[in-house]
Design a protein around this ligand. Structure first.
Ligand SMILES: Nc1ncnc2c1ncn2[C@@H]1O[C@H](COP(=O)(O)OP(=O)(O)OP(=O)(O)O)[C@@H](O)[C@H]1O
Length: 281
């Protein structure tokens, strides 16, 4: 490709614009990059030389036994926990270890905790409206009143989450699944680039799980989605690539078929404790 032609491409970041110290090769599309990350709590290594790369638009499932370090890994990405060593980059430009939690959130990294935390007294619409106000870029427009653009965004998110028919319902009377979708919708209002979702289907009915699988798979491509989940049937229904964490590092990575036939994974995770779930897969 001629130099002139390569300069006119809008889908690439020019090499000379990538900071020299960034370990991320943006030409291959990673959006999140963890290298050799470790953290100890009172001498106990919760994360141990962890390496993980998430591509732009990817849907990745993270599984692992209790205490494997899944939550701690999310805490490190969002700035809640500082690792003792390693590198954590978001795209080629943002070294997350130099940023605090609000700064990281403002880059477009949204986190959904296991328990829904919607505002129960407010309607579905009001919850989404409020979520938008957390976005500093549009706050001035919001205080000036509801613009057509905000209405349009709320409409899009209602459609994506399947909550259009419940727009005027108080969030408090929604089912557990609907509350989870609303909270995902609240994160979507700010057009995140990366969504971290912790155990989204815990406590859901089969039908709600199916709808959640549709929702999360529909989000992939538009943004990257990292899902931590114990329910193996659910993981199988959404996962393209699965990462298995064990004792703070990656034990295996690959398709669901690859990891479920990996003897190391069967031994530490898919063994006796979750036999029932494996059968359901
Ligand atoms: N703030 C902390 N202080 C001390 N130990 C901690 C702290 N946070 C996590 N740990 C320990 O680090 C290990 C990893 O915990 P973490 O919560 O990340 O695991 P997990 O994979 O998310 O487990 P689960 O599936 O049960 O949620 C555990 O042994 C936990 O007790």
């Amino acid at each position: 490709m001629s130099l002139l032609k390569s300069f006119s491409r809008r889908d690439k970041v020019f090499d000379f614009l990538v900071p020299a110290e960034s370990p991320v090769d943006v030409r291959h599309g990673p959006i999140l990059y963890l290298e050799d990350v470790s953290v100890s709590f009172d001498g106990f290594r919760a994360i141990d030389a962890l390496n993980l790369t998430i591509d732009d638009g990817e849907l990745r499932c993270i599984i692992g036994p209790n205490g494997a370090g899944k939550t701690t890994m999310m805490d490190i990405i969002t700035g809640k926990t500082r690792p003792d060593s390693g590198k954590v980059w978001f795209g080629a430009r943002h070294n997350l270890l130099t940023m605090n939690e609000p700064e990281i959130a403002s880059l477009g990294i949204g986190r959904k905790f296991q328990k829904p935390t919607v505002f129960e007294a407010l309607t579905v619409f009001e919850n989404l409206e409020l979520a938008m106000s957390a976005d500093k870029r549009i706050l001035p427009t919001l205080t000036a009143g509801m613009t057509p653009a905000i209405r349009e965004r709320i409409g899009e998110v209602l459609e994506t989450t399947g909550l259009t028919g419940l727009i005027h319902r108080p969030a408090g009377i929604l089912s557990h699944g609907q509350k989870q979708w609303l909270e995902i919708g609240m994160l979507l209002m700010q057009r995140p680039r990366l969504l971290l979702v912790d155990e989204p289907v815990a406590g859901m009915t089969e039908q709600e799980m199916e709808r959640t699988a549709e929702l999360l798979t529909s989000l992939a491509g538009k943004q990257s989605v990292v899902v931590v989940e114990h329910d193996m049937g659910f993981v199988r229904s959404i996962a393209r690539k699965v990462t298995v964490l064990h004792q703070g590092s990656v034990l295996a990575e690959g398709s669901m078929d690859q990891i479920s036939s990996d003897p190391k994974v069967v031994e530490v995770y898919l063994g006796a404790d979750v036999d029932e779930e494996v059968v359901r897969c």
